[in-house]
Structures are given as structure tokens and as C-alpha cells.
Design a protein around this ligand. Structure first.
Ligand code: AMP
Ligand code: ZN
Length: 468
């Protein structure tokens, strides 16, 4: 079954065909680095990682671009309020540049802990001010820009289909005026360049043809995606909150300057919620980081597993109980997988069923159900290992690299390992070799490293682990 994906632009699941054969360009809106990422933000990146792996599983080479928003994202999406970076800097008592660096590093640490594949390009907004100025000049040349006393704005009334992505009711918005218009001509107009307030030196500001200031949030993504992926690429992703403002505005800019809606497919991950429908947000009180989980001895990959249990287009309600259940399922899977020997072949029927679920708009909950059904089947353990191994290229649980801690091993094996450790300490190599052979005979492969002995795998089918 060929890959089909839900496209927010058309509101349909449609076959995915890349613009250039065999290659996919994918742009994902990255974090605003005024604070740590919470696990809600991270759910969106897990979804995008699954998408990327699914594309690779289908044979595509993916050029994956992720930006870092380190300037210009205001505290209100309606272009009101302060730059989140300047505000964050005051909160922490460090420079905006220092907090950008710190929170970017923390984000990348979380990224790797969740086994998210490294993007082809990480790009910072502040490293691309020149590209953003050029983009705004282009918009000015084609007549979409007007000036107010606080900045340059994009005139959305010049575009008949402005807001189509969000199915925005512009007339209703204008009449209702729920959002302050200020000096803007239309309620949906948005800032391209903001002037530094007079008499105030911002920490992050640049010269431009229009005056000293800083770029709006939306222009960074239009400018950087064009630089790294061109004016028409395959996929643009983000969280569902981006549909109505940020992505609608990116599309407006690129359509005005380059005549395209940037990407053939627009895909959005739905929110992680805390209770009923409360979304987790950086400004809200309940702020759970990946580190919060780690400090409770929860493996980050258990959170990844939890994300896989819900379809990316449904809300995922977070609870500690569901995270515990994910951790138990993951541990069971790891132990079972570890106990199966290499050398088997992928089972074609289960592989086809798994691929069909993945290819039907990334139905990971059903793909996981296929995995557990496979595990319960009567197939030989080597076949289970080979097949689960191939599934894991999409799931990204890193099963092949997982090794049990000594404390996870059966007691009889722990005893033999400590006897061997003792023999090694006494330089009694004959005894150490003897015990190694005993361990081998029972199916355990041991390696000596600088840190001591390590169990690196099993040589035969094991029955004494993985059944906890
Ligand atoms: P931000 O750092 O606020 O720019 O957001 C980074 C990403 O996280 C964006 O793609 C948002 O759409 C997404 N996001 C924000 N809150 C949540 C949430 N509660 N659940 C899932 N994704 C979220
Ligand atoms: Zn963006």
C-alpha cells in the first residue's frame, strides 16, 4: 500500500508523491528558545520524526530542515506584546543571546534523548537576518507591504485566499474585532519588521532599509525554507496551533513573493493535553519537561512509546499512569527482543501489515498492535527479531542498542558474572575463560571492556528473561 498522508490544506488523506523522484524536502517549525521545551512541544517533534522515518522506510531520501526561533516571536500571536526572548532574558536575568544558546542546547539534548533523527539542517533565525530583509524587500516590490509607526506590515486584504489553510472567516474576524488592530489596516495583517522602540536599545536588533529593529516571526520560516528547500517543496509541519496564524502567514508571504503555498503537504500534530482540554503550554503552570520524567526514573523512550500509542491527529491526554504503562510495555519489548537470536528473516505477512498501517497516514497505534500480535505469534524467535528490527526503523525505539543492566539479568547469571569479575581481578584468566564458556553455553555473550564485563547479547533463544 503506497504512502498516503493527511494534508491540512486539502483536508484530505491523499497519496504522497514527492516533487523530485526519490527525494523529499521537509521543513519543521522549531522551538522558540526563551525557555525549555515541555513534553507537549516534544510530542510534535516525535510525530515529525515518525513521518521522516516513514518516508525513509518508503525509500525516500529526506532533506529535513528545523529552525530555531531565537528572535521575533511575540508574546501574542496577534503581533501584540513583547518579544518572548527579551522577556525571557529579564525573567532569567541573563542576556537574550545567552538564554537562546542555553535553551537551544537543552532542546538538542532532549531531541537526542528521544532518538529523533538529526535534521539535515538546523537553522537559527538570527543567522538569517539578511535573507529575511531580502524577502521583505521582495514583498515591498510586489506591493504587499505598508508601514506604521511601529513596523512594516503585510497587507492581507490583497490576497483573496488569505487564510485558506485555516478556513479563516476573514469577514467575521474583521466585524468581530476580537483582536486589537492597533495601527494595522486589517485584523489579520501581521508584522514583517518591527522597529526598536524609540529610546530603548533592544538586545537583539539589526539595521535594515526601513530602520533599526527585528524581523517578525513568520518571515523567518518563509525565508529559511526558501533558502534550504526552494520555493516549492514537499512537506511543511508543525503543531496544530500554527494553522491559523503562523502557517497561514508563511503561506501568504511566500505566495506573494514566489507564487506558491511553500509546500505540497501541510501536516500538523495535535496537542498533548493535561486535563480535559487544557493544552500544555510554556506559560501555563503545569510545565513538564523531559528532565522531569528522567528525574522520576522514567526513560525518555518510554515517553516516545507513549506518543506512538495515539494517532498524531488526535489529542493525547497525558497522565502519569499512562506513562507508567508505556514504560512497562517498552521494558517488556526490550527484554523480549534482547532474548531473540540474530540470523532470522523478516516475516513478509507481518511486514506488509505493519507497512500498511504506517502508510495509512501514520497509524502508529495500529502498527504497534501488529507488533504485539507478531510477538504473540508462533513464529521462530529469530524471525521475530528480524521483523521487529525492521519495524524499529520506523518506531525509533533503538531496540538493537539496548542492553539490560546487570540487575535486570536472572540471578544465576548475575552470580556467574560476579564470580568471573572476581577471577579477572585475581588475574585468574583460565577461570575467567571457563566461566565465560559456561555463560556462553547458557546463551549469554559477554564482552570485557574498560568499565568491566558487559552482556552484549544472547547466542540462543532465551526463556528466562522478558517474561516479567
Ligand atoms: P514553540 O516553542 O512554542 O514555538 O513550539 C514548538 C512546537 O511545539 C510547535 O510546533 C508547536 O505547535 C508545538 N506545541 C506547542 N504546544 C504543544 C502541545 N501542548 N502539544 C503538542 N505540540 C505543541
Ligand atoms: Zn515556522
Amino acid at each position: 500500500m503506497p504512502l498516503a498522508l493527511y494534508d491540512t490544506w486539502s483536508r484530505t488523506v491523499r497519496p504522497f508523491i514527492s516533487i523530485h523522484a526519490g527525494e523529499v524536502g521537509m521543513y519543521c517549525c522549531g522551538p522558540t528558545v526563551y525557555d525549555y521545551a515541555h513534553i507537549g512541544n516534544l510530542r510534535t517533534y516525535v510525530f515529525e520524526d515518525i513521518l521522516r522515518r516513514a518516508l525513509m522506510h518508503n525509500g525516500y531520501e529526506v532533506r529535513h530542515v528545523v529552525n530555531i526561533t531565537d528572535v521575533g516571536h511575540l508574546t501574542s500571536d496577534a503581533d501584540e506584546g513583547e518579544d518572548k526572548m527579551e522577556k525571557g532574558s529579564r525573567r532569567v536575568g541573563e542576556s537574550a543571546w545567552a538564554i537562546a544558546q542555553r535553551y537551544t542546547e537543552a532542546f538538542v539534548t532532549d531531541w537526542r534523548a528521544l532518538h529523533l533523527l538529526e535534521p539535515t539542517v538546523w537553522c537559527r533565525a538570527t543567522d538569517h537576518i539578511a535573507e529575511q530583509i531580502t524577502f521583505i524587500s521582495e514583498l515591498e516590490r510586489v506591493g504587499y507591504v505598508y508601514r506604521t509607526d511601529d513596523g512594516l506590515y503585510f497587507d492581507t486584504s490583497k490576497q483573496d485566499n488569505y487564510g485558506f489553510l485555516a478556513r479563516l472567516n476573514r469577514a467575521g474576524l474583521q466585524a468581530g474585532k476580537r483582536v486589537a488592530v492597533g495601527n494595522k489596516k486589517n485584523i489579520t495583517d501581521f508584522a514583517l519588521w518591527k522597529f526598536s522602540p524609540s529610546g530603548i536599545t533592544r538586545q537583539m536588533e539589526w539595521d535594515s532599509p526601513w530602520g533599526r529593529g527585528f524581523p517578525g516571526w513568520h518571515i523567518e520560516c518563509s525565508a529559511m525554507s526558501a533558502k534550504y528547500l526552494g520555493n516549492w517543496f514537499d512537506l511543511h509541519c508543525g503543531g496544530e496551533d500554527h494553522i491559523s496564524v503562523h502557517h497561514s502567514n508563511e503561506i501568504a508571504q511566500t505566495q506573494a513573493a514566489h507564487g506558491t503555498r511553500l509546500a505540497n503537504f501541510w501536516m500538523h500534530g495535535h496537542f498533548l493535553t493535561l486535563d480535559a482540554n487544557t493544552k500544555m503550554s510554556k506559560s501555563g503552570g503545569d510545565f513538564i519537561r523531559l528532565q522531569t520524567l528522567q528525574s522520576r526514573n522514567i526513560d525518555p523512550i518510554a515517553y516516545r512509546y507513549l506518543c506512538l500509542t495515539a494517532h498524531y491527529r488526535s489529542k493525547l491526554h497525558f497522565s502519569w499512569a499512562s506513562l507508567d504503562a508505556a514504560q512497562i510495555a517498552l521494558s517488556r519489548l526490550r527484554n523480549l527482543y534482547f532474548g531473540w537470536p540474530d540470523g532470522g528473516r523478516i516475516d513478509p505477512d507481518f511486514a506488509a501489515r505493519f507497512d500498511a498501517e504506517v502508510n495509512e497516514d501514520l497509524n502508529l497505534p495500529r502498527a504497534l498492535a501488529v507488533l504485539w500480535e507478531l510477538i504473540k505469534s508462533a513464529l521462530p524467535p529469530a524471525t521475530l527479531r528480524a521483523t521487529v528490527d525492521s519495524f524499529d526503523s520506523v518506531l525509533g525505539l533503538g531496540l538493537r542498542d539496548w542492553k539490560p543492566l546487570v540487575s535486570d539479568l536472572p540471578e544465576s547469571i548475575q552470580v556467574l558474572l560476579s564470580e568471573r569479575e572476581q577471577a579477572r581481578a585475581e588475574r585468574n584468566w583460565a577461570k575467567a575463560d571457563d566461566i565465560r564458556e559456561k555463560l556462553n553455553a547458557q546463551g549469554w555473550r559477554i564482552e570485557d571492556s574498560k568499565e568491566g564485563q558487559r552482556v552484549i547479547g544472547v547466542t540462543t533463544e532465551r526463556t528466562d528473561i522478558g517474561n516479567e
